[in-house]
Design a protein around this ligand. Structure first.
Ligand SMILES: C[S@@+](CC[C@H](N)C(=O)[O-])C[C@H]1O[C@@H](n2cnc3c(N)ncnc32)[C@H](O)[C@@H]1O
Length: 275
């Protein structure tokens, strides 16, 4: 049993320093209650009775425990067809543009992909667009720092209610219905899975392992957790990883105007490189 399950300010400060160092996520004072409730489960699993003991445990087992710790801290909210007008813009503008270029390979990066709804949505929209046309090979790299959501993404199994934003025709083509313990789930079909590559990647790390540039980068609802300096470094890297005629899409509540001048606004939270 926990005997001291209140997170003190000093333990919170030590823990949030680690979150910032490892994931670039700035936790404000009001996040203390949230951190406390998310970590409690981990303390129980480890049979650790106070947050200061957990901090000592984290430091003593840093390389392995930091992954669990960061997994608990990240906010993974996502949805199929989230911020739908981005996908309308893809259909109406980006994909016709790509079609005209007659590319052999279409490379897209979903950076901060959470449990996979975003990259699978991208895959569905592209497959539908090129259904009766000559399609480029579709390669979607989907990365996240959180290993737990990545496992969910790879499994591609979603409760029925998660499919609410997905049109029936997409469900019929790209999902299989399964009943597990009396509950209805939908599993992503192999035809979608085979164009999405899930990898763990910390966006704050100095260098990324990818060699080639992308036609589109989605980094939506991720930078809200980063401070200005981390955001600027990230957009410097995105600049190098985006093709000169590519598109960068960020979340609708995000803004990079005061962060970088390397991108020019092209639509609602849609950017192109300033050349
Ligand atoms: C709120 S979700 C957004 C998911 C999706 N892009 C969307 O808009 O629906 C933010 C994701 O960013 C990930 N994330 C946070 N910090 C990160 C970092 N430093 N590197 C990579 N991913 C990170 C989180 O684990 C989380 O899954």
């Amino acid at each position: 049993m926990l005997n001291n399950y209140t997170l003190s300010d000093s333990d919170f400060n030590k823990l949030r320093e680690i979150v910032y160092k490892e994931a670039g996520i700035k936790l404000s004072d009001v996040k203390k209650v949230l951190v406390q409730s998310r970590l409690l489960k981990r303390l129980r699993e480890l049979k650790i009775v106070s947050f200061s003991d957990y901090y000592d445990y984290l430091i003593a087992n840093y390389e392995t425990e930091k992954i669990n710790f960061i997994n608990l801290i990240t906010t993974n909210k996502t949805d199929f067809f989230r911020e739908k007008d981005h996908f309308e813009f893809m259909k109406d503008v980006i994909l016709p543009d790509i079609e005209r270029k007659n590319l052999s390979e279409l490379r897209i990066w979903s950076a901060g992909c959470s449990s996979g709804e975003e990259p699978y949505t991208i895959a569905m929209v592209i497959k539908e667009y090129f259904k009766n046309k000559k399609s480029p090979e579709i390669l979607i790299l989907a990365t996240d720092i959180d290993t737990q959501v990545l496992q969910k993404a790879k499994d591609g199994l979603y409760p029925e209610e998660h499919l609410a934003p997905v049109e029936e025709r997409y469900i019929k083509t790209y999902f299989s219905r399964e009943v597990i313990n009396g509950e209805i789930y939908y599993r992503v079909n192999d035809s979608l899975k085979e164009c999405v590559y899930f990898r763990r990647l910390n966006l704050l790390q100095e260098q990324y392992p990818m060699k080639k540039q992308f036609d589109i980068i989605f980094c939506r609802n991720v930078i809200i957790y980063f401070d200005r300096d981390s955001q600027r470094k990230l957009f410097d890297k995105f600049y190098n990883y985006l093709k000169d005629d590519g598109y960068l899409l960020i979340g609708h509540s995000e803004n990079i105007t005061n962060v970088t001048d390397k991108f020019i606004l092209h639509g609602r939270t849609i950017y192109r490189k300033a050349l």
